[in-house]
Design a protein around this ligand. Structure first.
Ligand code: 2AM
Ligand code: CA
Ligand code: CA
Ligand code: CA
Length: 280
């Protein structure tokens, strides 16, 4: 990590400290979590590790910054309506921490080693710090607004592919069978023959970090929440990538249907997804 990024007891230093502590603890619980329950649906899992990691992060943030607001996945009732309400109630706060304590719970439960801790700080709705930590690979991805993005202390940059044909793309499969899932399937069917290949790792935050690091050319997923995307959004833009919703509108904390890319392929990527959606 560069000195410029850590810089004393900065917001970024606290975010990194939170992500590292939570991530290390999560790793010790891999393969021996004790409780598993369902939230909104049979696919929506939560363990005591999700809740414990969130409490750890919340306590640390509040110790350092008692006046800041906090939006964490496990503090919100399950389901899209409740998450929209929860975001509305805090999105204009001066300082808002947006936290997914464990992104990729399904992977964690199955010991599939691809999950992350995602921590963002927004200032009046604009993300100014983004940290994603992968405890399995001990990879820390950090971005500060206007100061670039780093992985393992080295500056990151997006990949150079200029078209979909050369692109490795990731997605995730949404739970909503009435709208988001059919739309995602149309996109998948349209994209598979147009791209190099598709991956689905199961952690949206880590997929965003991989776009930022040039390991994926693009990523799209429907039906996400602010805590899945906030930290990764800054990683992508500070690495030279582009980030919009599926209609091409700029990213903000309310975006659920996200399209992230190395910027070069963005228009072609959006066009392919929109064509698929409209059935052309
Ligand atoms: P989670 O593990 O923090 O719940 C994988 O496709 C992505 O979708 C992950 O970022 C995962 O986050 C999220 N996810 C899993 N189940 C979900 C659900 N029922 N609704 C919305 N997002 C979900
Ligand atoms: Ca969850
Ligand atoms: Ca998540
Ligand atoms: Ca989570």
């Amino acid at each position: 990590m560069s000195d410029q990024i850590i810089g004393g007891k900065s917001f970024t230093a606290v975010a990194i400290n939170c992500a590292a502590k939570a991530g290390e603890w999560i790793k010790t619980k891999l393969g021996n979590h004790t409780s598993l329950s369902l939230k909104y649906s049979a696919q929506d899992l939560v363990t005591e590790v999700d809740k414990g990691a969130e409490m750890m992060i919340r306590n640390l943030v509040q110790t350092h910054f008692p006046d800041h607001s906090f939006l964490g996945e496990e503090g919100v009732e399950p389901g899209p309506e409740a998450s929209t309400r929860a975001l509305q109630s805090v999105r204009d706060a001066e300082y808002l921490w947006v936290v997914d304590p464990l992104d990729g719970t399904t992977n964690f439960v199955h010991s599939f080693p691809f999950f992350s801790v995602s921590i963002a700080l927004a200032h009046r709705g604009e993300v100014i710090v983004g940290v994603v930590y992968d405890p399995i690979r001990d990879e820390l991805f950090v971005a500060e607004k206007g100061k670039g993005a780093y992985v393992r202390g080295r500056r990151m940059g997006v990949s150079s592919e200029q078209n979909l044909r050369e692109s490795l793309i990731a997605t995730g499969f949404p739970a909503d069978p009435n709208y988001a899932l059919p739309l995602n399937m149309k996109g998948l069917q349209a994209l598979v023959p147009q791209v190099r290949n598709i991956r689905s790792g199961g952690s949206a935050a880590l997929h965003m970090a991989y776009v930022a690091a040039g390991r994926l050319s693009g990523f799209w997923e429907l039906g996400l929440n602010a805590w899945d995307l906030a930290a990764g959004s800054l990683l992508v833009t500070e690495s030279g990538g582009r980030l919009t919703d599926i209609k091409g509108n700029p990213y903000d904390l309310g975006v659920r249907h996200v399209v992230a890319s190395n910027a070069h392929i963005h228009d072609e990527f959006l066009h392919a997804l929109q064509q698929a959606e409209s059935g052309n």
